[in-house]
Write a protein that binds this ligand. Structure first.
Ligand code: FAD
Length: 294
């Protein structure tokens, strides 16, 4: 399919970007890396006469980490830059891993974390780690700014609560506490270039006695949206974790998914892999939280 004609605008500030959105409101789309948007325009008939690029907007590609504030990922920060940021590598290994193994180097150099979330694919690789870390999106429009918890963000495949004239200015992720371990595992049908058929992210935070203070488990590609595994989380919180408990909790994650058969995997394979990956992720999280992982 031929690419339709469109005009690209290159605002330098967020205000200019917001003005352009409201001026062209019916036929306008935001453009970050373009790795999802331009594919949809070329192959899926998505129409937009005006694209407002976020790539020259001052400050939007910034990534910062401070113990007091946690991680702030700018709304146009590239996947590759997030994956190799020292603060992300040290404090958010599940996110660093997702950003370093998904897609191809070319796509990671162009694509952004915000674009990955706003595109709202059930398989979005950054979604499960960011759900496990309790991330929020900061959305701005001309009238103001609001913070949206990522767990309230997704509405269905390709759907989110973001309004058409809102821009994700940043993604905020709280600083992980002491005695915390986190991990992400994904499987794709052919190779990592293919989008994930199953993704599992986890986080375990232990108290001084080694009991689980907080557990977060999130799944990608096995439900209409990325989902938390509340049953498994509750099973672990307050408990002294041992191998048998981790195995039971991992197995219970299967009850949080609603997988479908598609070209990437059957629903039965996805269910089986949710259990395997969740158990693997939990073991890794525990080893990291206990300070024993290499
Ligand atoms: C070959 C290939 C392989 C891929 N492999 C993977 C994979 O393994 N895993 C995976 O998860 N994804 C994969 N993708 C999908 C894609 O690369 C990612 O989703 C990427 O992170 C999208 O980011 P982007 O900046 O390119 O988004 P864009 O295409 O620029 O935008 C996507 C959507 O988000 C909106 N948007 C972007 N930024 C903002 C913002 N700041 N505020 C509000 N709205 C915004 C746009 O308007 C658009 O609707 C792949 C794509 C290709 C082409």
């Amino acid at each position: 399919m031929a690419m339709p004609h469109f005009t690209v605008h290159q605002p330098k500030t967020l205000e200019q970007a917001l003005d352009l959105l409201s001026r062209h409101r019916s036929g306008v789309k935001l453009l970050a890396g373009g790795t999802d948007l331009l594919m949809k325009m070329r192959q899926a008939g998505l129409k937009a006469e005006h694209l407002v690029s976020l790539n020259r907007v001052e400050g939007l590609r910034t990534i910062s980490y401070r113990d007091e504030d946690g991680l702030v990922i700018g709304g146009a920060a590239r996947l590759a830059d997030v994956g190799r940021h020292p603060g992300v590598a040290q404090h958010y290994p599940a996110l660093a891993h997702a950003c370093s193994v998904m897609a191809t180097p070319q796509i990671r150099n162009m694509g952004t974390v915000a674009g990955n979330l706003v595109n709202a694919a059930p398989s979005a690789d950054t979604a499960a780690p960011l759900l496990a870390y309790g991330a929020s999106l900061v959305a701005v429009e001309r009238g103001g700014r609001r913070q949206i918890k990522l767990q309230d963000f997704f509405r269905g495949p390709g759907l989110s609560v973001l309004e058409p004239l809102e821009i994700v200015e940043a993604i905020r992720v709280p600083a992980p506490p002491a005695r915390c371990g986190s991990a992400y595992e994904r499987l794709s049908a052919r190779s990592q270039v293919d989008i994930a058929a199953v993704g599992v992210a986890g986080l375990l935070n232990l108290d001084l006695e080694g009991r689980v203070l907080r557990c977060r488990l999130a799944l990608g590609a096995v439900a209409p949206t990325p989902v938390r595994c509340l049953e498994a989380e509750q099973m672990l919180e307050g408990q002294a974790p041992d191998e048998a408990l981790l195995m039971r909790a991992g197995a219970s994650c299967v009850r949080s998914c609603q997988p479908i058969d598609d070209v990437r995997a059957s629903a039965a394979f996805r269910r089986a892999m949710v259990q395997v990956l969740a158990q693997r992720v939990l073991k890794r999280c525990l080893a990291l939280a206990q300070g024993g992982a290499s």
